[in-house]
Write a protein that binds this ligand. Structure first.
Ligand SMILES: *Cc1c(COP(=O)(O)O)cnc(C)c1O
Length: 385
């Protein structure tokens, strides 16, 4: 299928076919891992197919970038060596010393650390606003605000931001909207169609999906924004290698079936934990009493595989639960086929301690995998007894 044929196809068809056609010479149905740092030229400046040096561009990487652009409904994709490298490139492409950005009160700890500890030193200021409160986001925008940064669902509290409403508020204030779509994945939510200017993923998570690769991607529909991002991708050089890109593409092909199973299993785990005496509260946007449920229902296909809980008995009880599961592996990260459990206050979100983004210390975050749901529930049941 050519890219023109692909544009009108469904999500899974695009996931499997967009960005690469079988090799005309060999018929290989998968893009080769082009392990080449440089590309021969036919005379000075005579590049074949636009490739000269692999930091600037590599055919395996180009396939992933085109594939992700097709999945997010944008025109341009740019792959990076990690989600944080993509975050760093976004901030440097869009902000200059003296500029201001609005960040959510709940976000990936590494994003907050980069904005606060690194960009703070370069004269960039930020305000924190609750992502589920559009009026708070509006009130935080100043004449210097160039970016509004949103995660939805948020990491780790699973709050929901109304992307369409926040995009309108950002644009009214002369700012662009970045949505970190890592938790939802492209299958469950496509922020560009709701007004976002840039979509970011840590492809380490659901897109790669097998906990075997670190990567990041940015997708935009704006040629001007893409040009600024591409300049940094090449100029600063935080690019992924071709093997990492291949693994990511391989993962994306099964994204839809994995996300449906992640969502099925998460719903069952939520049902079990919701009635358990040792669980104070379950945070999951699929629950009708979740404060963001209506917005999640509007902008997400399903509610995904991430579940957070507040454990009765405080920090010690939360850490005890994490230490006692055996099917759920105690580890950072998320979005892989295997179930993971972690204690954000001591692990992924330790860098938010003492800040406005500090997380409750009896919070436990689950990345519900695609194992058999009964085994996951049995594991949690034993660990809580
Ligand atoms: C993991 C994560 C990141 C950072 O991505 P890396 O690939 O680990 O650099 C950014 N945002 C969210 C929501 C994440 O979960």
């Amino acid at each position: 299928m050519t890219d023109r044929d692909i544009a009108g196809q469904g999500f899974s068809t695009r996931a499997i076919h967009a960005g690469y056609e079988p090799d005309p010479q060999t018929g290989a149905v998968n893009v080769p891992i082009y392990a080449s740092s440089t590309f021969a030229q036919d005379g000075v400046g005579g590049m074949r197919d636009g490739f000269e040096y692999a930091r600037t561009g590599n055919p395996t990487r180009r396939a992933l970038e085109a594939n992700m652009a097709a999945l997010e409904g944008g025109r341009y994709g740019r792959a990076f060596a990690s989600g944080m490298a993509a975050t760093d490139a976004t901030l440097r492409a869009m902000l200059r010393p003296g500029d201001h950005l609005v960040i959510p009160n709940d976000a990936y700890g590494g994003t907050f650390r980069l904005i606060d500890k690194v960009f703070g030193q370069w004269g960039i200021t930020y305000s924190v606003a609750a992502v589920n409160d559009v009026d708070a986001v509006r009130a935080a925008i100043t004449p210097q605000t160039k970016l509004v940064w949103v995660e939805t669902p948020t990491n780790p509290l699973l709050n929901i931001g109304d992307i369409e409403a926040i995009a309108a508020v950002a644009h009214d204030g002369g700012a662009k909207l970045v949505v970190d779509n890592t938790f939802a994945s492209s299958y469950l939510q496509q922020p560009l169609s709701l007004g976002a200017d840039i979509v970011l993923h840590s492809t380490t998570k659901y897109l790669g999906g097998h906990s075997d690769v670190v990567g990041g991607i940015l997708v935009t529909d704006s040629a001007e924004t893409d040009e600024a991002i591409a300049f940094l991708q090449n100029g600063a050089g935080a690019v992924p290698g071709p093997f990492d890109v291949y693994l990511t593409l391989r993962g994306i092909k099964t994204l839809a079936v994995r996300m449906d199973r992640h969502s099925d299993n998460a719903e069952k785990v939520v049902e079990f934990l919701g009635t358990h005496a040792k669980i104070e509260k379950v945070l999951y946007p699929g629950l009708p009493d979740h404060p963001g449920h209506a917005f999640a229902a509007k902008q997400m296909k399903r509610y995904g595989g991430m579940v957070s809980v507040l454990v009765a008995g405080g920090r010690a009880a939360a850490q005890d639960l994490c230490a006692r599961t055996t099917v759920f592996t105690l580890a950072e990260s998320l979005g892989g086929i295997e179930s993971l459990i972690e204690h954000p206050a001591a692990m992924t979100h330790a860098s938010t301690a003492g800040s406005l983004l500090e997380v409750p210390d009896n919070l436990v975050r689950l990345s519900v995998g695609i194992e058999d749901a009964d085994d996951l529930i049995g594991d949690l049941d034993r660990a809580l007894s």
